[in-house]
Write a protein that binds this ligand. Structure first.
Ligand SMILES: CNc1nc2c(CCNCC3CCCCC3)c3nc(N)[nH]c(=O)c3cc2[nH]1
Length: 369
């Protein structure tokens, strides 16, 4: 796969990601398909929100139904009826954050399934092979995301291991036209470690570069200051994927610091907990003040459900614990994230990103309309 840059505005870039499964405009927000589904909505609806590329979940899928079964079923695209590009993470982050019992050594990670307690192993080789069996369009290198806060020595040792794992991941990767593999920059919030990590990955050579080790509780200011010096260390002509980010304000700030691709569970998870994302900040639709509010959730909603359901109806659905509530609100939130990315991309192309950023931040601060 390859990425082409169309426009630049400050550090922000607007471009196109061309892959075996289609082309996607960047900056792009990638909805998270956890176990082969974006929870609660069909992939036709995910497409209708404007999403171009989704995430698959190596950790979950290797446990159930197993990568071998997904391969026998024709790969993740066919199984989940998503013809567009799919990016799969390498699983290490989830093992460390989800796996109940796990042991890490130089070779990889051993862990017990949170489903049935069976023992499993992830190494750079096995993670790359699993992602191949899933037929991932974009494969992530197997890495370790250290928990913060961490001592500099611990961050250094972890980053150096991740770089050894990146080389092994690249070795195990089967190159095919239209497919790609991304290296993941580590190093916590230490500039010299980030520099060494970026250089090590560029020496190996990947189709794109992710910035890992962030959005782990360091806070927005430290995340942005880390991006300020890390994105310029990465190749100008290749995409940058900031992992696990974030709120609308995080996305805006990270695009302005040179990031092109994002994933976050927030909009879909919030959709399941009655939290609506809008141009004016978020709304908790369980709140009684919405019980007879006949207005739509967002004034500028362009999702498949635009203008058809009132806040009062969503309030009722969530109070009644009806499954349609999370379905509609997940759709709404993902559509808002896609609308936001389109707005930001248009501003980069028009060269008006500074002004658009100020307007967006003003509206988010305004609160409900
Ligand atoms: C939320 N913050 C955060 N996420 C990170 C993630 C995960 C990104 N999201 C993956 C999806 C999660 C839902 C299911 C499908 C896969 C990170 N992943 C890797 N490999 N390395 C990180 O440093 C890394 C760092 C991260 N920080």
């Amino acid at each position: 796969m390859h990425w082409q840059k169309d426009a630049q505005c400050g550090q922000a870039r607007a471009g196109w990601l061309h892959t075996r499964h289609g082309s996607v405009p960047t900056p792009t927000f990638m909805p998270v398909g956890t176990v082969g589904t974006v929870k609660g909505i069909t992939m036709d609806n995910v497409r209708a929100t404007g999403a171009g590329i989704v995430l698959g979940n190596t950790y979950h899928l290797m446990l159930r139904p197993t990568a071998e079964r997904v391969q026998r079923l024709g790969g993740l695209h066919r199984m989940m009826d998503w013809p567009g590009p799919i990016l799969t993470d390498s699983g290490g982050f989830q093992v460390m954050s989800l796996g109940p019992l796990r042991k890490m050594d130089e070779d990889g990670v051993t862990f017990r399934s949170h489903i049935d307690g069976s023992s499993h192993r992830l190494t750079p080789e096995s993670s790359t092979d699993i992602q191949y069996k899933l037929d991932a369009t974009i494969t992530m290198a197997f890495d370790e995301c250290p928990a913060l806060p961490a001592t500099k020595d611990a961050l250094e040792a972890s980053m150096e291991r991740s770089m050894r794992w990146a080389a092994r991941s690249r070795e195990a990767f089967i190159a095919r036209p239209g497919y790609g593999q991304f290296g993941i920059v580590q190093g916590g919030t230490e500039q010299d470690l980030r520099e060494r990590s970026a250089l090590a990955l560029r020496k190996i050579g990947f189709e794109g570069y992710a910035i890992g080790g962030l959005a782990v509780g360091e806070g927005q200011e430290l995340m942005f200051s880390t991006l300020d010096y890390t994105t310029p260390m990465l190749p100008e002509d290749q995409p940058r994927y900031l992992m696990g980010v974030g709120t609308p304000d995080d996305l805006l700030g990270a695009v302005m610091r040179g990031c092109d691709m994002f994933d976050c569970v927030m909009p879909s998870r919030a959709g399941r907990t009655a939290r609506a994302y809008t141009e004016r900040g978020t709304l908790n639709l369980r709140n009684a003040r919405f019980a007879e509010d006949t207005r739509p959730i967002s004034p500028e909603d362009d999702s498949p459900m635009a203008g058809r359901y009132s806040r009062a109806y969503l309030h009722h659905l969530f109070r009644a614990n009806e499954m349609l509530g999370p379905m509609l609100l997940t759709l709404h939130n993902l559509a808002y994230y896609q609308r936001l990315m389109r707005q930001i991309r248009a501003a980069i192309v028009a060269g008006t990103l500074e002004q658009t950023a100020a307007e967006l931040r003003q509206n988010w601060a305004k609160g409900d309309w």
